[in-house]
Design a protein around this ligand. Structure first.
Ligand code: BMA
Length: 329
């Protein structure tokens, strides 16, 4: 490995696949995609845009499950191999850490971040049916403790960093509107305690055609000796609607509002049938990237066409080599 992963863990139990000999891209898809079908649960309309982490001797996750009444819910799940998932039939019933926390209205696009001693979940949560960033923590993926929303509406794509930086917790987010938001930049906010957020800084705006409508942070940033490696989605508006692709960037380790490198092109765009056809066509939406600290291999879980969940692979060296030759900041 040329680039070192910092503060990572080994994930030998992920069923890694090597890059196929005929693959010309930096990211390659798992050969049996999608790994979670829309009807995985009897009650599910779709399962997508979900977050997975290494847990105990396997994996755990928080899944976006839209039910057949088209409510948007969050469900916990467990897996030994990262491919075959036992997803709970019942949605997560959050324990409120403060009685004033409003009852769950909807939740979607979760991310899971291990910080210090527990797993934090951030998701798009409604206040009075207006989206912002909901926050909870769990130790076991059975009991989830909901605490204060990070921001006022409207906001989406809240993504925590896995450690404090300069004495503060950090969160990327994407201020938005109450609809399908035809704009969007990534910002970063800082907090001493994960409750009070401030010192907001601008990070990135849409730049290239593939992301010209809006961008939003994806999985939890990966710490490397070159900077924080992030994957982020970008949206193009075509004559037939939005097209969601994703790419990568490197942020400064100490001042992560500074973008060091940023992909000129997408790394993955909707091209396979399960990415192009579904409830919302032409969407790939990454919410988790698991990195094997020993080898630098990366597994990315991504939602497909707002319908099912897939897996793809790359390596830290491959992505950073590509950023070194394909960057436009
Ligand atoms: C975004 C979110 C995502 C979804 C995407 C495409 O605004 O709602 O959950 O995948 O739109 O529909």
């Amino acid at each position: 490995m040329k680039v070192q992963v910092i503060n990572g863990t080994a994930i030998p139990h992920m069923p890694w696949q090597d890059k196929p000999a005929d693959c010309k891209d930096v990211i390659w898809r798992y050969s049996q995609n999608p790994i979670i079908a829309r009807d995985h649960l009897a009650m599910s309309n779709s399962i997508f845009n979900s977050a997975v982490v290494p847990f105990a001797d396997g994996f755990a996750g928080v899944f976006r499950v839209d039910d057949k009444a088209r409510n948007m819910e969050l469900h916990a799940g467990f897996s030994k191999d990262g491919l075959h998932w036992d997803i709970c039939e019942e949605r997560i019933d959050f324990c409120k850490t403060n009685p004033d926390i409003q009852d769950f209205q909807y939740g979607y696009d979760p991310r899971v971040c291990f910080i210090e001693d527990r797993y934090y979940v951030t998701w798009c949560n409604a206040i009075d049916w207006k989206p912002t960033i909901g926050c909870a923590y769990t130790f076991d993926f059975k009991t989830f403790y909901q605490f204060e929303n990070a921001f006022l509406p409207f906001n989406r794509n809240g993504v925590l960093f896995p450690r404090k930086i300069g004495g503060h917790y950090m969160m990327l987010s994407r201020p938005s509107d109450n609809g399908h938001t035809p704009f969007g930049d990534i910002y970063i906010s800082q907090s001493p305690d994960l409750v009070f957020w401030g010192k907001h800084r601008y990070v990135m705006s849409p730049k290239m055609c593939w992301e010209s409508t809006k961008i939003g942070a994806g999985p939890i940033p990966i710490e490397t000796d070159r900077g924080w490696l992030i994957f982020y989605h970008g949206v193009l508006t075509s004559c037939n609607g939005f097209v969601y692709s994703f790419s990568a960037a490197l942020l400064d380790l100490d001042e992560p509002w500074k973008t060091l490198k940023r992909g000129r092109e997408y790394l993955l765009s909707p091209q396979q049938p399960y990415e192009c056809v579904g409830d919302v066509p032409n969407v790939v939406f990454p919410c988790a990237s698991l990195v094997d600290a020993d080898t630098g291999r990366i597994a990315i879980y991504y939602g497909c066409a707002d319908t099912c969940t897939s897996l793809c692979f790359t390596t830290v060296d491959d992505v950073i080599d590509w950023l070194d030759s394909h960057s436009q900041v």
